[in-house]
Design a protein around this ligand. Structure first.
Ligand code: APR
Length: 317
Protein backbone atom coordinates (compact mmCIF):
# COMPACT_ATOMS: atom_id res chain seq x y z
CA UNK A 1 0.00 0.00 0.00
CA UNK A 2 1.29 3.46 -0.86
CA UNK A 3 2.47 5.50 2.07
CA UNK A 4 0.25 8.38 3.24
CA UNK A 5 1.36 11.90 2.35
CA UNK A 6 1.59 14.55 5.03
CA UNK A 7 2.17 18.18 4.07
CA UNK A 8 3.57 20.60 6.62
CA UNK A 9 2.92 24.25 5.77
CA UNK A 10 5.50 26.13 7.80
CA UNK A 11 8.93 24.59 8.38
CA UNK A 12 9.91 26.46 11.53
CA UNK A 13 10.31 25.06 15.02
CA UNK A 14 6.99 23.21 15.09
CA UNK A 15 7.16 22.20 11.41
CA UNK A 16 10.60 20.62 11.81
CA UNK A 17 9.55 18.78 14.97
CA UNK A 18 6.42 17.51 13.23
CA UNK A 19 8.50 16.14 10.34
CA UNK A 20 10.83 14.36 12.72
CA UNK A 21 7.95 12.80 14.69
CA UNK A 22 6.20 11.68 11.49
CA UNK A 23 9.41 9.93 10.47
CA UNK A 24 9.96 8.30 13.87
CA UNK A 25 6.35 7.08 13.96
CA UNK A 26 6.39 6.03 10.27
CA UNK A 27 3.13 7.85 9.61
CA UNK A 28 3.94 8.62 5.96
CA UNK A 29 5.96 10.69 3.52
CA UNK A 30 6.53 14.34 4.38
CA UNK A 31 6.49 17.48 2.26
CA UNK A 32 7.65 20.62 4.06
CA UNK A 33 6.53 23.95 2.60
CA UNK A 34 7.83 27.34 3.71
CA UNK A 35 8.28 30.80 2.26
CA UNK A 36 11.92 30.09 2.99
CA UNK A 37 12.20 27.07 0.71
CA UNK A 38 15.81 26.46 1.68
CA UNK A 39 14.88 25.99 5.32
CA UNK A 40 12.16 23.51 4.35
CA UNK A 41 14.50 21.59 2.04
CA UNK A 42 17.35 21.67 4.57
CA UNK A 43 15.21 20.31 7.42
CA UNK A 44 13.81 17.59 5.15
CA UNK A 45 17.32 16.49 4.17
CA UNK A 46 18.59 16.61 7.75
CA UNK A 47 15.73 14.43 9.02
CA UNK A 48 16.04 12.07 6.04
CA UNK A 49 19.66 11.54 7.05
CA UNK A 50 18.55 10.51 10.56
CA UNK A 51 16.34 7.77 9.09
CA UNK A 52 19.09 5.18 8.51
CA UNK A 53 20.13 5.51 12.16
CA UNK A 54 16.60 5.32 13.58
CA UNK A 55 15.51 2.82 10.95
CA UNK A 56 12.45 4.46 9.46
CA UNK A 57 11.41 4.65 5.83
CA UNK A 58 9.86 7.88 4.62
CA UNK A 59 10.41 10.25 1.74
CA UNK A 60 11.05 13.78 3.00
CA UNK A 61 11.23 16.83 0.76
CA UNK A 62 10.93 20.58 1.18
CA UNK A 63 10.55 23.78 -0.82
CA UNK A 64 8.42 26.81 -1.53
CA UNK A 65 6.16 25.58 -4.27
CA UNK A 66 2.59 24.86 -3.17
CA UNK A 67 2.23 22.31 -5.98
CA UNK A 68 4.37 19.95 -3.87
CA UNK A 69 1.55 19.49 -1.35
CA UNK A 70 -0.74 18.13 -4.08
CA UNK A 71 -2.85 15.20 -2.99
CA UNK A 72 -1.78 15.32 0.67
CA UNK A 73 -3.85 13.17 3.04
CA UNK A 74 -3.10 15.45 5.98
CA UNK A 75 -1.94 19.08 6.06
CA UNK A 76 -0.62 20.60 9.28
CA UNK A 77 -0.36 24.39 9.27
CA UNK A 78 2.18 26.27 11.37
CA UNK A 79 2.96 29.06 8.90
CA UNK A 80 3.16 32.44 10.54
CA UNK A 81 4.86 34.12 13.43
CA UNK A 82 5.25 32.88 16.99
CA UNK A 83 4.90 34.95 20.13
CA UNK A 84 7.73 36.87 21.72
CA UNK A 85 7.90 37.80 25.41
CA UNK A 86 5.24 40.34 26.33
CA UNK A 87 2.90 39.34 23.49
CA UNK A 88 -0.44 37.61 23.85
CA UNK A 89 -1.60 35.14 21.20
CA UNK A 90 -4.13 37.75 20.13
CA UNK A 91 -1.31 40.18 19.31
CA UNK A 92 -0.41 37.85 16.44
CA UNK A 93 -3.73 38.43 14.67
CA UNK A 94 -2.57 41.15 12.28
CA UNK A 95 0.67 39.36 11.39
CA UNK A 96 -0.80 35.92 10.83
CA UNK A 97 -4.17 36.78 9.25
CA UNK A 98 -2.61 37.43 5.82
CA UNK A 99 -0.42 34.34 6.06
CA UNK A 100 -3.40 32.06 6.74
CA UNK A 101 -5.28 33.55 3.78
CA UNK A 102 -2.44 32.48 1.45
CA UNK A 103 -2.23 29.04 3.05
CA UNK A 104 -5.99 28.54 2.61
CA UNK A 105 -5.64 29.28 -1.11
CA UNK A 106 -2.78 26.78 -1.43
CA UNK A 107 -4.75 24.04 0.31
CA UNK A 108 -7.92 24.77 -1.67
CA UNK A 109 -5.99 24.45 -4.94
CA UNK A 110 -3.75 21.48 -4.19
CA UNK A 111 -5.10 19.46 -1.28
CA UNK A 112 -8.89 19.91 -1.08
CA UNK A 113 -9.41 16.36 0.23
CA UNK A 114 -6.95 16.63 3.10
CA UNK A 115 -7.63 16.56 6.83
CA UNK A 116 -6.27 19.94 7.90
CA UNK A 117 -4.90 20.70 11.36
CA UNK A 118 -4.14 24.34 12.14
CA UNK A 119 -1.66 25.29 14.85
CA UNK A 120 -0.98 28.94 13.93
CA UNK A 121 -2.12 31.44 16.57
CA UNK A 122 -4.40 33.04 17.55
CA UNK A 123 -5.65 29.52 17.02
CA UNK A 124 -9.45 29.65 17.15
CA UNK A 125 -9.65 32.60 14.74
CA UNK A 126 -6.94 31.33 12.39
CA UNK A 127 -8.64 27.93 11.98
CA UNK A 128 -11.97 29.71 11.36
CA UNK A 129 -10.33 31.81 8.61
CA UNK A 130 -8.64 28.71 7.16
CA UNK A 131 -11.95 26.87 6.84
CA UNK A 132 -13.85 29.87 5.46
CA UNK A 133 -11.21 30.75 2.89
CA UNK A 134 -10.34 27.23 1.79
CA UNK A 135 -13.97 26.16 1.55
CA UNK A 136 -13.05 22.68 2.81
CA UNK A 137 -15.80 20.90 4.78
CA UNK A 138 -15.79 21.94 8.44
CA UNK A 139 -15.38 18.33 9.63
CA UNK A 140 -12.02 18.21 7.80
CA UNK A 141 -10.56 21.44 9.26
CA UNK A 142 -9.62 21.47 12.95
CA UNK A 143 -7.45 23.44 15.31
CA UNK A 144 -4.87 21.98 17.68
CA UNK A 145 -5.06 23.50 21.15
CA UNK A 146 -7.05 21.29 23.50
CA UNK A 147 -4.70 18.31 23.32
CA UNK A 148 -1.81 20.61 24.23
CA UNK A 149 -3.68 22.48 26.98
CA UNK A 150 -4.85 19.14 28.44
CA UNK A 151 -1.32 17.75 28.27
CA UNK A 152 -0.03 20.75 30.20
CA UNK A 153 -2.77 20.28 32.80
CA UNK A 154 -1.96 16.53 33.01
CA UNK A 155 1.74 17.24 33.47
CA UNK A 156 1.10 19.65 36.35
CA UNK A 157 -1.45 17.34 38.00
CA UNK A 158 0.88 14.32 37.73
CA UNK A 159 3.65 16.33 39.39
CA UNK A 160 1.29 17.49 42.13
CA UNK A 161 0.08 13.98 42.94
CA UNK A 162 3.39 12.19 42.36
CA UNK A 163 1.79 9.74 39.91
CA UNK A 164 2.45 8.72 36.32
CA UNK A 165 1.27 11.11 33.63
CA UNK A 166 -0.26 8.05 31.97
CA UNK A 167 -2.83 7.75 34.75
CA UNK A 168 -3.91 11.38 34.68
CA UNK A 169 -6.66 12.47 32.31
CA UNK A 170 -7.59 16.09 31.91
CA UNK A 171 -10.29 18.06 30.25
CA UNK A 172 -9.78 21.57 28.92
CA UNK A 173 -12.38 23.43 26.88
CA UNK A 174 -12.87 26.82 25.28
CA UNK A 175 -10.58 29.10 23.32
CA UNK A 176 -6.80 28.70 23.28
CA UNK A 177 -6.10 31.75 25.40
CA UNK A 178 -6.31 33.14 28.89
CA UNK A 179 -10.02 32.30 29.01
CA UNK A 180 -9.56 28.55 28.41
CA UNK A 181 -11.64 26.40 30.76
CA UNK A 182 -9.86 23.49 32.51
CA UNK A 183 -12.67 21.33 33.95
CA UNK A 184 -11.41 19.72 37.16
CA UNK A 185 -14.66 17.74 37.54
CA UNK A 186 -13.79 15.76 34.40
CA UNK A 187 -10.07 15.50 35.18
CA UNK A 188 -9.01 12.34 36.97
CA UNK A 189 -6.28 10.14 38.36
CA UNK A 190 -7.13 6.59 37.22
CA UNK A 191 -10.80 7.59 37.09
CA UNK A 192 -10.91 9.44 40.45
CA UNK A 193 -12.08 13.02 39.77
CA UNK A 194 -9.82 15.82 41.00
CA UNK A 195 -12.49 17.25 43.41
CA UNK A 196 -12.61 13.80 45.10
CA UNK A 197 -8.83 13.80 45.40
CA UNK A 198 -9.10 17.16 47.19
CA UNK A 199 -11.63 15.61 49.59
CA UNK A 200 -9.27 12.65 50.07
CA UNK A 201 -6.58 15.07 51.18
CA UNK A 202 -4.23 14.48 48.22
CA UNK A 203 -4.04 18.22 47.64
CA UNK A 204 -5.91 21.42 48.45
CA UNK A 205 -8.35 23.48 46.41
CA UNK A 206 -5.86 26.39 46.53
CA UNK A 207 -3.17 24.28 44.88
CA UNK A 208 -5.60 23.07 42.21
CA UNK A 209 -6.62 26.68 41.52
CA UNK A 210 -2.94 27.57 41.08
CA UNK A 211 -2.46 24.64 38.66
CA UNK A 212 -5.51 25.72 36.63
CA UNK A 213 -4.02 29.22 36.40
CA UNK A 214 -0.60 27.89 35.43
CA UNK A 215 -2.21 25.71 32.71
CA UNK A 216 -4.05 28.68 31.21
CA UNK A 217 -0.73 30.57 31.15
CA UNK A 218 1.23 27.47 30.06
CA UNK A 219 2.31 28.86 26.69
CA UNK A 220 3.23 32.26 28.11
CA UNK A 221 5.49 30.67 30.74
CA UNK A 222 7.51 29.00 27.96
CA UNK A 223 7.62 32.12 25.76
CA UNK A 224 9.14 34.00 28.69
CA UNK A 225 11.81 31.34 29.21
CA UNK A 226 12.71 30.86 25.53
CA UNK A 227 12.81 34.63 24.83
CA UNK A 228 13.01 34.00 21.07
CA UNK A 229 9.81 32.12 20.24
CA UNK A 230 7.17 29.83 21.62
CA UNK A 231 6.74 26.20 22.62
CA UNK A 232 7.21 23.60 19.92
CA UNK A 233 7.82 20.07 21.23
CA UNK A 234 4.47 19.61 23.00
CA UNK A 235 2.48 21.48 20.31
CA UNK A 236 3.97 19.24 17.60
CA UNK A 237 3.35 16.05 19.62
CA UNK A 238 -0.26 17.11 20.19
CA UNK A 239 -0.94 17.71 16.50
CA UNK A 240 0.61 14.33 15.66
CA UNK A 241 -1.87 12.64 18.03
CA UNK A 242 -4.69 14.23 16.04
CA UNK A 243 -3.16 13.30 12.65
CA UNK A 244 -2.62 9.73 13.82
CA UNK A 245 -6.24 9.45 15.01
CA UNK A 246 -7.36 10.41 11.49
CA UNK A 247 -4.85 8.33 9.51
CA UNK A 248 -5.42 5.20 11.59
CA UNK A 249 -9.17 5.75 12.09
CA UNK A 250 -8.61 5.46 15.83
CA UNK A 251 -11.83 7.26 16.86
CA UNK A 252 -9.90 9.00 19.60
CA UNK A 253 -11.76 11.45 21.82
CA UNK A 254 -9.60 14.54 21.72
CA UNK A 255 -10.33 18.14 22.68
CA UNK A 256 -10.01 20.11 19.45
CA UNK A 257 -11.03 23.47 18.06
CA UNK A 258 -13.94 22.59 15.79
CA UNK A 259 -16.71 24.40 13.96
CA UNK A 260 -19.81 24.68 16.13
CA UNK A 261 -23.13 24.96 14.36
CA UNK A 262 -25.55 25.04 17.28
CA UNK A 263 -23.68 22.64 19.56
CA UNK A 264 -23.09 24.09 23.03
CA UNK A 265 -25.49 26.89 21.98
CA UNK A 266 -22.82 28.40 19.69
CA UNK A 267 -23.04 29.07 15.97
CA UNK A 268 -20.43 29.89 13.32
CA UNK A 269 -17.54 29.66 15.73
CA UNK A 270 -14.41 27.52 16.14
CA UNK A 271 -13.69 26.73 19.75
CA UNK A 272 -12.27 23.84 21.79
CA UNK A 273 -14.62 20.96 22.72
CA UNK A 274 -14.17 17.18 22.91
CA UNK A 275 -14.64 15.41 19.57
CA UNK A 276 -14.21 11.96 18.07
CA UNK A 277 -11.52 11.91 15.35
CA UNK A 278 -11.44 9.05 12.87
CA UNK A 279 -11.30 8.44 9.13
CA UNK A 280 -14.21 10.88 8.63
CA UNK A 281 -12.29 13.70 10.29
CA UNK A 282 -14.41 15.15 13.10
CA UNK A 283 -16.97 12.35 13.36
CA UNK A 284 -18.82 13.52 16.43
CA UNK A 285 -18.94 16.49 18.76
CA UNK A 286 -19.28 15.42 22.39
CA UNK A 287 -21.64 17.72 24.29
CA UNK A 288 -21.12 17.52 28.03
CA UNK A 289 -23.42 19.02 30.66
CA UNK A 290 -22.07 22.15 32.32
CA UNK A 291 -22.65 23.46 35.82
CA UNK A 292 -23.78 27.14 35.79
CA UNK A 293 -20.20 28.26 36.62
CA UNK A 294 -18.68 26.13 33.85
CA UNK A 295 -21.29 27.40 31.38
CA UNK A 296 -20.45 31.00 32.27
CA UNK A 297 -16.71 30.36 31.88
CA UNK A 298 -17.22 28.60 28.51
CA UNK A 299 -19.45 31.41 27.22
CA UNK A 300 -16.91 34.01 28.32
CA UNK A 301 -14.24 32.12 26.39
CA UNK A 302 -16.47 31.92 23.29
CA UNK A 303 -17.09 35.66 23.62
CA UNK A 304 -13.33 36.31 23.56
CA UNK A 305 -13.01 34.24 20.34
CA UNK A 306 -15.96 36.13 18.76
CA UNK A 307 -14.34 39.48 19.62
CA UNK A 308 -11.21 38.36 17.81
CA UNK A 309 -13.20 37.23 14.76
CA UNK A 310 -14.77 40.70 14.66
CA UNK A 311 -11.30 42.27 14.93
CA UNK A 312 -10.18 40.06 12.04
CA UNK A 313 -13.15 41.16 9.89
CA UNK A 314 -12.20 44.81 10.51
CA UNK A 315 -8.69 44.14 9.16
CA UNK A 316 -10.19 43.60 5.71
CA UNK A 317 -7.48 41.09 4.64
N1 APR B 1 3.74 30.71 4.09
C1 APR B 1 4.45 29.67 4.54
N2 APR B 1 5.27 29.74 5.60
C2 APR B 1 5.37 30.92 6.23
C3 APR B 1 4.65 32.05 5.82
C4 APR B 1 3.81 31.92 4.69
N3 APR B 1 3.10 32.95 4.22
N4 APR B 1 4.97 33.08 6.64
C5 APR B 1 5.84 32.60 7.55
N5 APR B 1 6.09 31.28 7.29
C6 APR B 1 6.98 30.37 7.99
C7 APR B 1 8.25 31.02 8.52
O1 APR B 1 9.21 31.18 7.46
C8 APR B 1 8.69 30.02 9.57
O2 APR B 1 9.63 29.08 9.07
O3 APR B 1 6.37 29.85 9.15
C9 APR B 1 7.40 29.32 9.99
C10 APR B 1 7.02 29.52 11.43
O4 APR B 1 8.01 28.92 12.21
P1 APR B 1 8.54 29.53 13.60
O5 APR B 1 8.77 31.00 13.42
O6 APR B 1 9.65 28.68 14.08
O7 APR B 1 7.24 29.38 14.55
P2 APR B 1 6.73 28.05 15.30
O8 APR B 1 7.30 28.02 16.66
O9 APR B 1 6.89 26.89 14.42
O10 APR B 1 5.19 28.44 15.47
C11 APR B 1 4.34 28.59 14.36
O11 APR B 1 2.37 28.03 15.62
O12 APR B 1 2.02 27.76 17.91
C12 APR B 1 1.91 28.63 16.82
O13 APR B 1 2.09 30.79 17.85
C13 APR B 1 2.73 29.85 17.02
O14 APR B 1 1.74 31.07 15.21
C14 APR B 1 2.89 30.33 15.60
C15 APR B 1 2.95 29.03 14.79
Amino acid sequence: MARKKIALVGAGNIGGTLAHLIGLKELGDVVLFDVFGGVAAGKALDIAQSAPVDGFDARLSGGSDYAAIAGADVVIVTAGFPRLPGMSRDDLLTKNAGVIGQVAEGIKTYAPNAFVICITNPLDVMVWVLQQRSGLPANKVVGMAGVLDSARFRHFLAEEFGVSVEDVTAFVLGGHGDTMVPLTRYSTVAGIPVPDLVKMGWTTQERIDAIVKRTANGGGEIVKLLEKGSAFYAPATSAIAMAEAYLKDKKRVLPSAVYLNGEYGQKDLYVGVPVVIGEGGVERIVEVQFTPEEKAAFEKSCGAVRDLIEAFKKLGV
